[in-house]
Write a protein that binds this ligand. Structure first.
Ligand code: ADP
Ligand code: MG
Length: 288
């Protein structure tokens, strides 16, 4: 049977906007020593703005943005939302065929009979398209039309005000290691991770490679130590499932993530991770 105190702990957590799906997760939160974060939408706002448009090969800026917006028409990724917002016009979906969203890479689609690719360096390499590798601050979305490079769009995201506090509080709670895993470029991942004082930053990862990183950290733990993964859910469900405690940020999180997670934070504040650990510690004192 489950000691009554655990119900109090779960109830207390829910009053703080933290949904815990079982008393075993409260127990696990007591033993957390490793906290692994996704970047986009978790430590950053996940609301990108287009900051620069760099057309190549005789395209205009308007044409480049239009190709990108058509490619991104069906995607829920925060990158797609920012490109459609910058374009700002109606998109005739009947012109779009063969839509293919490639996780961790971007989009491949046919628009008016032309093949459009919109995504990162990995996507360009995969399709053997020579592209410009610029040292800019921000996430680059490269675009190719019928395998010819059309230039890139720079978008940037902002770190959440609450993120630095979240890392600080975890350190005060005696967490051994804080880690960020991201599919985004190294330059972007490291800029965010250093600003927040994370212990480790791993970038340019595909969803499967994020699972591999979790397994590596798992091997550093003792039998009693637990690992949390915190994500917003876009491409995160395999890692959420693999962690001892998978935590979804419910503010922006996808339904699939809320389903796969053990704990759901109803707001978009990462400092609620420390709150959840504190509630678990208090609950433990009541139960035992
Ligand atoms: P993160 O780990 O930061 O949450 P994702 O795994 O969702 O990132 O995506 C990793 C990278 O894949 C993005 O930074 C971007 O370069 C590329 N990407 C993913 N989805 C899209 C998309 N819809 N359009 C363009 N690029 C995308
Ligand atoms: Mg993500």
């Amino acid at each position: 049977s489950i000691p009554l105190g655990f119900f109090g702990g779960i109830g207390g957590a829910s009053k703080s906007g933290i949904l815990v799906k079982g008393s075993n997760y409260l127990e696990a939160l007591n033993a957390v020593k490793y906290v692994v974060f996704d970047k986009t939408g978790t430590l950053t706002k996940g609301v990108f703005d287009v900051t620069s448009i760099q057309p190549k090969n005789n395209l205009t800026s308007e044409e480049l943005l239009e190709y990108a917006a058509f490619a991104e028409v069906h995607s829920n990724h925060p990158i797609a939302l920012s490109i459609r917002k910058a374009y700002g016009q109606e998109i005739d979906e009947s012109r779009i065929q063969n839509y293919n969203e490639i996780s961790g890479h971007g989009i491949q689609v046919t628009v008016n009979g032309k093949e459009i690719l919109a995504g990162n360096a990995k996507l360009m390499n995969k399709e053997h398209i020579a592209f410009e590798q610029k040292d800019v601050v921000g996430t680059l979305v490269h675009v190719a039309i019928d395998k010819q490079y059309g230039g890139y769009i720079v978008i940037s995201d902002e770190v959440k005000e609450d993120s630095a506090r979240a890392i600080q509080k975890l350190k005060e709670l005696g967490i051994k290691k804080t880690v960020m895993l991201t599919g985004d470029a190294k330059s972007v991942g490291e800029a965010v991770g250093r600003k927040l004082g994370l212990d480790e930053i791993h970038a340019e990862l595909l969803p499967d490679q994020k699972v591999d990183e979790i397994e590596k950290i798992d091997q550093q733990k003792t039998a009693k130590e637990k690992l949390i993964f915190v994500g917003d859910g876009i491409n995160d469900t395999p890692v959420l499932a693999r962690a001892d405690v998978g935590i979804a940020m419910g503010g922006l999180g996808s339904d699939a993530a809320i389903e796969a997670a053990d704990v759901v934070i109803m707001t978009d504040e990462p400092s609620k991770i420390a709150t959840a650990i504190n509630i678990a510690k208090r609950t433990r004192r009541i139960v035992w």
